[in-house]
Design a protein around this ligand. Structure first.
Ligand SMILES: N[C@@H](CCC(=O)N[C@@H](CS)C(=O)NCC(=O)O)C(=O)O
Length: 197
C-alpha cells in the first residue's frame, strides 16, 4: 500500500493523478507544509524538508517528484504509464523526467524571480531556450515519450496547465493542445475530486 503525503493544490496533487492512472492501491495522508507566509514542516511528512509530495511504500520512503514518478511507474506497470528498463522509450522517459526537475523547474523559477541564468555554468537554461525544445518534441509526437502517455506528461502537462495564463509560459497552440490532452484524462478528473481529502 502506497501512502501519499499530500497537501491540496500543490505538486502532490499530480501524484493522485498518477496513482489513479496506475490503478495502484494508495491512501492519502494530508499534511501541512510551509508557505511563503511561514509555518513549519509537518513532522508526519517523511520528506527531509517537509515538502510534498513524498510517498511511503510499506516503510520505504521516496521523495522528490522525479523519483516518485519513476518509482511508481516501475512498481505498477499494468497500465504502461512509464516505459520499463529494456523498452526503447525508457531513455526518453528518464531524460524528460530528469529534465523536468533539473531544467524546466529552475528555468520557470528563474523567470518568475527575474534571475539572469548564467550561461555555461548553471545546470539549466532560460525558459526561452527550454520551451522550443519541448514544443519541437510535442510537434513530432502527442506525448513526450512518443505515442503513449506517461508520467512525464503528468509532470509537464499539469505544470503547463498551472501556468497557462502566466507570462512565464509563451502562448503556443502546441502546448495548449497538449494540456487539453493531459487534463482530459479521466484519472485527472478523479484526482481533482479526491485532492481535498
Ligand atoms: N523538488 C520538489 C519540490 C516540492 C515542493 O517544493 N513542494 C511544495 C508544494 S508545491 C512544498 O511542499 N513546499 C513547502 C516547503 O517548501 O516547505 C519536488 O519536485 O517534489
Amino acid at each position: 500500500m502506497i501512502t501519499l503525503y499530500h497537501h491540496p493544490n500543490t505538486r502532490s496533487t499530480r501524484f493522485i493523478f498518477l496513482l489513479e492512472e496506475l490503478e495502484a492501491p494508495y491512501e492519502i495522508r494530508l499534511v501541512t507544509r510551509r508557505t511563503r507566509e511561514g509555518g513549519a514542516p509537518d513532522p508526519a511528512n517523511p520528506h527531509p524538508h517537509g515538502k510534498v509530495p513524498a510517498i511511503s511504500d510499506d516503510g520505504v520512503v521516496v521523495f522528490e517528484s522525479a523519483a516518485i514518478a519513476i518509482y511508481l511507474t516501475d512498481k505498477f506497470p499494468k497500465n504502461r504509464i512509464g516505459p520499463l528498463p529494456g523498452e526503447p522509450e525508457r531513455g526518453a522517459y528518464l531524460s524528460w523526467i530528469a529534465y523536468y526537475a533539473g531544467v524546466l523547474e529552475p528555468a520557470f523559477l528563474s523567470k518568475f524571480m527575474s534571475w539572469q541564468v548564467p550561461r555555461g555554468t548553471a545546470g539549466w537554461v532560460p525558459v526561452e531556450e527550454v520551451m522550443p525544445v519541448i514544443m519541437a518534441r510535442l510537434t513530432q509526437a502527442p506525448y513526450l515519450t512518443g505515442e503513449r502517455f506517461s508520467a512525464a506528461d503528468v509532470l509537464y502537462g499539469t505544470s503547463f496547465a498551472l501556468f497557462a495564463n502566466s507570462p512565464i509560459l509563451p502562448k503556443s497552440p502546441v502546448i495548449e493542445e497538449y494540456v487539453k490532452r493531459v487534463v482530459a484524462r479521466p484519472a485527472f478528473a478523479r484526482a481533482m475530486a479526491k485532492q481535498n481529502g
